[in-house]
Structures are given as C-alpha cells and as structure tokens.
Design a binder for this molecule. Structure first.
Ligand code: NAD
Length: 461
C-alpha cells in the first residue's frame, strides 16, 4: 500500500481494499518491538517538520486562521513525542504478575485492537485527524483516517509526509470522503475513534455496537464557566473571553455559557465588554486579526438563529451579535449576551461560535446546578478563591475542569479524562490511557506443574 495511502474520492471498495491491506501489514506491525514502531513515528515526525510550512498554509487556507494552524502542527509533533515517551514505559511486552494462586503463573499479554478507523471533524482538521492515530500506532494498531470532507486541503501534504516513510505508509492510510466513507469504515474496522457531532456519534455508536467493536466517541459540548464573587475579575474576564472566542468558538471545549454571582455580575460583564472591544477580526484573511471566519459557512446560520432566539426571549446583545460577509466568508465578532436564561437555546445547545451568554446567579450552588443542567459533560472552568473554586470544580459533572484558567485540558495532556453524558463514550483520549485503550487485555494463565485436578470428574487426583 506504500505510496497509495491517500485514496481521493474513495468508494466503498477502496475502503475494503485499504482495510484489508492494513489488516495484513498489521500482524507484522503488532509484532515489532515498540521501540521500532516509535522510530518509524519519529521518522515521520521529521517529515512533518520538513513540510511544516506547507501544512500550515493548507490549514490556514481551509480554516481562515493562522496561529491556530501553527498550533495544530505543534500539537501533532508534541503528541508524537509524548506517546513515544509513554509508549516505551507502557508497552513492555508480556508481564508476569503476582497472583493469589502460587501454582499458576499469571502473564498479562495485551493484544492491539487491529485496524482502527479514525473519523475527524473540520474544526481542527489536522490535529483531530491524528490525535487518535498516533497512540494507536504506538500501541501496535494500524489506522485508517478519514478527515472531514469540509477541510481537505492539508491531505495531499500529509500524504507526502506518510509516503516519505514507507514503513509508516503500510500501517497508516488516509481516505478522503464524506459520511458514506465514514459508515463503511465503521462497518469494517476493528475499532473506531470518532470525533464529531452528537447525532453522528450516536449513529456511529449504534453501528459499532451492532458489530461489537469498540467505539471511542468525542462529541459536542456546552462548557460552563462559573465566576464566584471572590474571583479575580480581570483574570476571569480575560480567560473566559479567550476560552469562548479562540478559534471563533469552533472548539469542543469552548466556554459557551457563564454563570456569575450577582454581586460581581455587572463588574465582570463590564470588564468582559472592554476586553471584547479590543479583539480584532481577520476580515482580510488568515493572520490579519485575532479571530477568523466561520470554517463551515452553515455554522454562521446556526449561531445567528441562536442569537435571534435569545433576543426574542429577552436577551440583550451587549456587543457583536451580527454576522457579516467579507469576500465570501462569514464573520462574527465576540458577542456578549446578558439577561439570558435556560429557556434560550444559546444556553442549552452547542453554539460553536464566539458567543458568550452571561447569566447572573444568586449563589455558587445555583451556578453548579445550572452548569450541570445540560446533556453535555465535556469540560468546564471555575474562577474563585483557591479552596472554594476547587470545591466547586469537584461538584461539576464534566470530564475536565480548569480552575482559575480555561481550556487547560487541551494544554495539560497528561490528565486522563472522559467525556460525560452525550459528550462521548469510551476511555480517556488523554494521558497514558490514550495508548492503553488500543490494547485488548489478555491474560495467559500457566499451570506451573501440569497434573489432573481433583475437580476434573476423576478419582486419579
Ligand atoms: P460531524 O458529526 O458532522 O462529522 C464528523 C465526521 O463524521 C466527518 O468526517 C463526517 O464525514 C463523518 N460522518 C458523517 N456521518 C457519518 C456516519 N454516519 N458514519 C461515520 N462517519 C460519518 O461533525 P462536524 O460538524 O464535522 O464537527 C463538529 C462537531 O465535532 C461539534 O459538535 C464539536 O463539538 C465536535 N467536536 C468534538 C471534539 C471532542 O474532542 N469532543 C473535538 C472537536 C469537535
């Protein structure tokens, strides 16, 4: 399959062909010592470095933002380094373990899951296409990646980097295409990692369940931020502004609703507004402002509909609020809404835009109750005095909570976390478990001295 890792416009037969080839090379790959697998990935890392500029240019073209495109490449490189380090510690071959029966040797002998299908969304096209692929490859799996059909520009460059490392091209394939190709991958792979919307995730989970294959799902979110009366309002307003609007809010861990204790709600909002006024919009293309265009133009309609729904129910738009078109692209400056409540969709549905609804609450308890009143459970943030903020964080039903900061789960990859409720399914994508989740646990139990056992329907024992 070397040199053929990308299959543009792939049809279902090509999925079958690709997965069959991956399954064949997978047996060899799984047998190789982990150090050899790591060396193949490190050789690929060099290629990614070499093609860095082309990758960033392609990502910037597809998404309209520059610094985050750089960050995507950095994150893939850091992921390879991290998984290489963890892989050496975690994958140490068969392990003898003490056990309660001295006559039996217990050997843990894990087995890679096989061919992993990784299906990715458009909001971080490169990073999310590879976030599961790297640990899966280190664990000894082979991987077929299906990037989002909405942001395919980086695929030819990525393919070049893979083809330059022939041993990698035998175990990592990229297939372009839309939902049909995704469905076919789920129908044939041995495990599936899916990042995307809740609705598609549900369909993927059902299809995977019908085949009894593992489905690791990372889906949408409606992350809450809580600001208590004792919080440092400068830090809270600056952090929440960035955490809500970075990548134009098109991030699963974007902060999408803010609960502020009433005594400081006006002060917090004023500081948020004065900072929001300084955020620039990249109307003239990647790198010309702090936040870029909507990557998928259809998202602009979703966000506008939520703002209109909120305004119709009494919300006040304090800044922003109107999508404008420039050179065929759609932009929305940071948008702050007040006088909001949970009757409004902007407080309950994923927005995926730079919108910050700020709701005043009577107490920290009310803030916790509202933060947990959601179908999602990806992450959250709490601002307040150290001990109080920590206690509040411990009451939030979400997989990762940043305290006196935002989006730390994306910056501290050692922490293991799961997506709660409709935000996902499966083990942690972060931390050492990011690798071990790709291994079937197998135990070999060896009777030290073979003999007929007394319970074997025999009198010989
Ligand atoms: P989407 O669900 O529309 O599509 C995601 C991927 O699934 C695409 O590659 C698409 O082609 C493929 N697909 C579509 N139907 C399929 C099917 N039936 N079977 C298999 N594959 C299928 O999502 P999107 O709009 O591309 O991404 C945005 C969503 O992703 C948001 O909800 C966001 O919160 C979520 N997301 C989650 C995380 C996370 O880590 N939790 C990270 C980023 C984005």
């Amino acid at each position: 399959m070397s040199g053929n890792a990308t299959v543009p416009g792939a049809d279902q037969a090509r999925v079958t062909e690709t997965i069959t080839a991956l399954r064949e090379s997978g047996a060899r790959w799984a047998r190789r010592p982990v150090d050899e697998r790591i060396n193949v990935l490190l050789a690929w890392r060099e290629q990614l470095e070499t093609h860095r500029t082309d990758l960033v240019d392609a990502l910037a073209k597809a998404t309209g933002r520059l610094p985050i495109s750089n960050m995507e490449v950095d994150s893939v490189l850091a992921g390879i380094d991290r998984c290489a380090r963890w892989g050496r510690e975690l994958i140490v071959g068969d392990q003898h373990r003490p056990n309660s029966n001295p006559d039996v040797a217990l050997i843990q002998a894990p087995v890679p899951l096989g061919v992993v299908g990784a299906i990715a969304p458009w909001n971080f096209p490169l990073q999310l296409a590879l976030i599961d692929a790297v640990p899966a490859l280190i664990a000894g799996c082979t991987v077929v990646v299906k990037p989002s059909e909405l942001t395919p520009d980086f695929v030819p460059v990525l393919q070049q980097t893979i083809a330059a490392v022939p041993e990698l091209a035998e175990v990592l394939a990229i297939i372009e295409g839309g939902p049909k190709i995704g469905q076919q991958i789920v129908a044939e792979a041995d495990a599936v990692c899916f990042t995307g919307s809740v609705d598609t995730g549900r369909a993927v989970a059902a299809a995977a369940a019908a085949r009894f294959i593992p489905a690791f799902l990372e889906l949408g979110g409606k992350d809450a931020a809580i600001v208590t009366a004792g919080a440092d309002l400068d830090v809270a307003s600056a952090g929440i502004l960035w955490g809500s609007t970075a990548n134009t809010g098109q991030s699963c861990m974007s902060l999408e609703r803010v609960y502020v204790e009433r005594p400081v709600a006006d002060e917090f909002t004023d500081r948020l507004l004065s900072r929001a006024a300084k955020v620039t919009v990249a109307y003239d293309g990647p790198g010309t402002g702090d936040i870029g265009r909507f990557i998928d133009p259809r998202q602009a309609d979703v966000v506008t509909a939520q703002i209109e729904d909120a305004v119709a129910k009494g919300a006040q738009v304090r800044t922003g609020g109107t999508v404008t078109e420039h050179n065929g692209a759609f932009f929305l400056p940071p948008t702050v809404l007040t006088h909001v409540d949970h009757s409004m969709r902007v407080l309950t549905e994923e927005t995926f835009g730079p919108v910050i609804p700020v709701m005043a609450v009577d107490s920290a308890d009310e803030a916790v109750e509202l933060a947990n009143a959601t179908d999602y459970g990806l992450s959250a943030a709490v601002f307040g005095p150290r001990e109080q903020a920590l206690a509040i964080a411990g009451r939030l039903f979400a997989g990762g909570v940043s305290i006196n900061d935002v989006c730390l789960t994306g910056m501290v990859p050692e922490g293991e976390k799961q997506a709660f409720k409709n935000s996902g399914l499966g083990p942690s994508r972060m931390g050492p478990e990011s690798i071990t989740r790709f291994l079937h646990k197998r135990v070999l139990l060896q009777r030290r001295q073979p003999r007929i056992q007394p319970w074997w329907y025999t009198e010989e024992a």
